[in-house]
Design a protein around this ligand. Structure first.
Ligand code: ADP
Ligand code: MG
Length: 256
């Protein structure tokens, strides 16, 4: 069964139609990439899956539940952002214990102190701390737990942001251009790390990028988007070898 289902999703901002009817079934455990040029609607679609943005039409399902009216914090998804969105005044440990609540995202930048108010308590906190230790080990960031985000490199910050998402054991990770703030060499290195992490976790990744090389190297399947539609969906090798559309061929750089 598809774990995340998008059925006829449309989205307009005022008179601007941004998504023109997206149908996509994402399988449990799949690494699915939404890829396409800037402005084609990738982030909007990801935000609709997360519940951060309401679709204008169509249904979102998670498992067998229709989640159209479910708020972000109830969808069991974790979002990882390009900007990392770490609370600057909290240690890495505290950041990981204090997951960014999706519904707080809007005012995160306006209210950084909010982070201090959110950690769990009692048994819940104990369980959370055990998860933080486990995740820190997997990501090899145990030695960074006492530091503040400002004392970390870009790659380390990205690992911490990922770690924070992992601590809550979500049913899927939603990632919006998580590597685009890193320099080229680190980006290539992190690609391999993310692919490896995906295999180790076995959890669904929905990954947004405008970088066709990223999509081609990491995904199980990629959905090539242009102007609010999915032009082609398939395995990277299949799309590269057999693009169904001239725009897709140009975008992925298929040989003529
Ligand atoms: P991508 O992530 O593929 O670069 P986006 O989903 O961010 O594309 O944006 C798709 C289109 O929707 C763009 O034309 C963008 O300007 C527009 N858009 C996105 N968010 C809003 C918004 N909140 N209000 C108005 N227009 C928006
Ligand atoms: Mg975007």
């Amino acid at each position: 069964m598809a774990q995340i289902g998008l059925n006829g999703i449309t989205k307009s901002f005022g008179d601007t139609i941004v998504l023109q009817g997206i149908d996509l079934q994402i399988a449990d455990g799949e690494f699915l990439t939404l890829v396409g040029p800037s402005g084609c609607g990738k982030s909007t679609l990801l935000r609709i899956i997360a519940g951060l943005e309401a679709q204008s039409g169509g249904d979102v399902t998670i498992g067998d539940r229709q989640v159209n009216r479910l708020r972000p914090s109830r969808r069991d998804l974790a979002m990882v952002f390009q900007s990392y969105a770490l609370y600057p005044h909290l240690s890495v440990q505290q950041n990981m214990e204090t997951p960014l609540r999706l519904r707080d995202l809007g005012f995160w930048e306006r209210a950084p102190l909010l982070g201090a108010l959110l950690p769990g308590r009692g048994a819940k906190l104990d369980r959370l701390r055990a998860n933080v230790r486990e995740v820190a080990q997997v990501l090899e960031i145990e030695h960074l737990l006492a530091r503040k985000p400002g004392q970390l490199s870009g790659g380390q910050r990205q690992r911490v942001a990922l770690g924070r998402a992992m601590v809550r054991k979500p049913v899927a990770f939603l990632m919006d251009e998580p590597l685009s703030n890193l320099d080229a060499a680190l980006r290539v290195h992190m690609r391999a790390e993310l692919a490896q992490l995906h295999r180790a976790l076995g959890t669904t990744f929905v990954y947004v990028t405008h970088d066709q090389a990223e999509a081609l190297t990491m995904s199980d399947r990629m959905a090539v988007m242009m102007d609010g539609v999915i032009l082609q969906l398939g395995a990277p090798s299949e799309i590269y070898r057999d693009p169904q559309h001239r725009k897709v061929a140009e975008f992925v750089g298929s040989p003529r």
